[in-house]
Design a protein around this ligand. Structure first.
Ligand SMILES: Nc1nc2c(c(=O)[nH]1)N[C@H]1C(S)=C(S)[C@@H](COP(=O)(O)O)O[C@H]1N2
Ligand SMILES: [Mo]
Length: 306
């Protein structure tokens, strides 16, 4: 979504261009399929959004170039994290629809632009810890997933929320590079995790629309869980009664459990989780229980859900 705020000194196009020329140009743009882009440019940009002061960091904010150049997004490149940002070029993110289905009273197909006009966007500084033991700390722009869940009104039988990524092999070269994975990428949360105020749907990063390599146009951010739970480029949200499988639990069930809460005391079967490395310096830091979000989420668990 390319929208920008008009500067005070800029006058509307209609006033700058004589009427007949304006309409000709418009007809031409319509033929080229660009009218949506042009009218979109007249709306106010939601970026940067107001920062929520509740979320502070114990470490510097990761430099923007690093967070947008070192990415796990297997649909584009399952091997080279630094190649993702160029392989996303053909990925089409506008218009974008999200299907809401399953055990809800208001199943629907949402247009992301419409959704953003009514959701309370804010900026939050969150730590983000990949299961591979690297981490970053970044300003996301987004809104609580709970706000959307309330709108669609889940039925009492809905106990889990499932998310699915776009399935576009022609735009996502990693899918054919690694055809053995169970594409499209899918993830899930328990309903109380999905409703937790920390859980957001993010559409922005560093005060701008989310770059494609970081999961544009809309991704989940669940900061107390390993990064793979924060599914990118979501096209479907489904409400279900039973604990669903997830992409990584299907690929390697004894390595990646459903909960996957960050826990320095529970090693991955192949490496320790006691420390992490901050990109891009790779400075070593002790990993925090629930990635430092104990205060918000410890009550959700009896202690054995990792
Ligand atoms: N659809 C999809 N979502 C995904 C992934 C992926 O490969 N595909 N990788 C996950 C992993 S392992 C991590 S660590 C984060 C990385 O997010 P970032 O590139 O914005 O840092 O995205 C998560 N979401
Ligand atoms: Mo990850």
């Amino acid at each position: 979504m390319q929208i920008r705020v008009r500067k005070g000194w800029e006058i509307p196009e209609r006033e700058a261009t004589p009427e007949p020329v304006y309409w000709n140009r418009r007809q031409w743009l319509r033929a080229a399929g660009l009218v949506g882009v042009v009218s979109g440019s007249l709306a106010a940009s939601p970026y940067p959004a107001r920062r929520n002061p509740e979320f502070t960091l114990d470490r510097p904010v990761t430099e923007e170039w690093a967070a947008t150049s070192y990415n796990n997004f297997y649909e584009f490149d399952p091997e080279d994290k630094t190649a993702v940002k160029k392989k996303v070029a053909a990925f089409q993110i506008h218009p974008w629809r999200i299907e809401i289905r399953g055990l809800v009273n208001r199943p629907q197909v949402l247009d992301l632009d419409d959704l953003l006009r009514r959701m309370p966007l804010e900026e939050r500084l969150y730590r983000f810890r990949c299961v591979e033991a690297w981490s970053m700390a970044v300003p996301w722009t987004g809104f609580p997933l709970a706000a959307l869940i309330r709108e669609v009104d889940p039925k009492p039988e809905a106990k889990y929320v499932r998310f699915v990524t776009a399935n576009r092999p022609r735009e996502m070269p990693g899918m054919s590079q690694a055809p053995w994975y169970p594409w499209p990428y899918f993830e899930a949360l328990r309903m109380d995790e999905a409703l937790n105020p920390l859980t957001i749907l993010a559409t922005g990063l560093y005060g701008k629309p989310l770059p494609k390599q970081n999961g544009a146009p809309v991704r989940l951010v669940v900061p107390w869980k390993y990064g793979f739970k924060s599914i990118k480029s979501i096209v479907r949200i489904e409400f279900v009664s039973k604990q669903p499988a997830t992409f990584w639990s299907r690929v390697a069930p004894h390595e990646y459990g459903f909960y996957s809460n960050v826990n320095p005391n529970r090693p991955h079967p192949r490496w320790s989780q006691a420390f992490e490395r901050l990109i891009p310096t790779m400075e070593r830091r002790p990993t925090l229980l629930y990635n430092g979000y104990e205060k918000w989420v410890a009550h959700l668990y009896k202690g054995d859900e990792f």
